[in-house]
Ligand binder design. Sequence first.
Ligand code: NAG
Ligand code: NAG
Ligand code: NAG
Ligand code: NAG
Ligand code: NAG
Ligand code: NAG
Length: 295
Amino acid sequence: MRPSALIPALLSAAALVLAFLCLFAGHKKNFMEDYSILTLNTSRLGEGVVNGTLGNSDSTLGSLWDLVPDSIQNDVSEAAGVVTEKLGIEDFYSAHLLDYCYGQYTPTEAANATVSAGDIHKNVTGCSNQTAMFYFNPTQIIEDALNKSGLDVTLDDLEWPADIQRGLDTLRVVSITAFVLYCISIGLIFLSFIAALVAVFTSGRLSACVNLLLGILAFLAIGLASALVTAVIEKGGDIINEHGKDIGLEAGKGKKFMALTWVSTGCMFLVLVMWCVETCVGRRRKGAYVNGKHG
Ligand SMILES: *[C@@H]1O[C@H](CO)[C@@H](O)[C@H](O)[C@H]1NC(C)=O
Ligand SMILES: *[C@@H]1O[C@H](CO)[C@@H](O)[C@H](O)[C@H]1NC(C)=O
Ligand SMILES: *[C@@H]1O[C@H](CO)[C@@H](O)[C@H](O)[C@H]1NC(C)=O
Ligand SMILES: *[C@@H]1O[C@H](CO)[C@@H](O)[C@H](O)[C@H]1NC(C)=O
Ligand SMILES: *[C@@H]1O[C@H](CO)[C@@H](O)[C@H](O)[C@H]1NC(C)=O
Ligand SMILES: *[C@@H]1O[C@H](CO)[C@@H](O)[C@H](O)[C@H]1NC(C)=O
């Protein structure tokens, strides 16, 4: 019996649940939507079109202008909101590990005098189909929406920067590797949990060593997955914000997702440390016993 092994068992169980949540957050509508990796705020995308149309009513986009109610035609930001909606572009697109979701900000898209930023919530309209090896491709998502809108507006009219996709494409391999590592981590953490349970009922050094080995592997896997996804969040967010600034595109970084994945990594680190101690103490205890027996 080794009752102390209950602690790493519990920590592994916690890490397992957290790693699962990382993988499945947002996999369906309204399931942990706040735990997205990146959130694209596209509510002001129409602004470029509106600005481009303001001066010349004879452009191909002139007809688009007719869709905007007279009452708000002199308010660029309001008009942009309406145009964005007519183009079939949602207020936000949020990337998760398995899919992306989209929807509208309620009660309003931007904070104003009566509605503070904290009062604005995401109202999810739907999510894409789940796919393993999913990769977030905002350029294609927006192009798709424009094609479906039936209006003759292209990415060029939105002044959509090609650099966004070029930048995000460099993160594709990192993002897919992170997904694979989450799957491997979940497997290893599960084994580590089972091994810890077994160790509660046995006391040999072998089980401590097996636990230590599994602990090291699981920690490395979840640690690397967390590092890679953190890189995607930080780098991807910076790329989008840098190139999107001019067209009113904003990216929110997944702070809550990072908290989730790093707490899971922290749990596995503690498990690893405990088995390290247990292996060393176990050796000393056994040494003392052997000496006692022979002495
Ligand atoms: C649209 O015009 C307004 C006012 O002229 C300006 O502040 C804003 O940056 C412009 N937006 C875009 C996307 O060009
Ligand atoms: C969305 O982006 C616009 C333009 O950058 C900004 O004014 C607005 O506050 C953002 N909305 C949210 C909910 O982040
Ligand atoms: C703020 O936005 C809300 C929701 O769209 C609107 O009802 C309200 O009138 C706005 N307040 C101001 C001061 O513009
Ligand atoms: C979310 O949007 C749906 C329709 O798209 C609407 O019926 C519902 O009232 C909205 N929810 C909130 C909280 O605004
Ligand atoms: C999503 O899956 C459904 C049924 O599984 C299918 O009918 C639909 O075409 C898929 N959508 C996309 C965008 O792949
Ligand atoms: C949208 O339409 C353009 C031109 O018709 C086409 O080249 C492009 O592949 C389409 N995009 C998507 C995502 O279907």
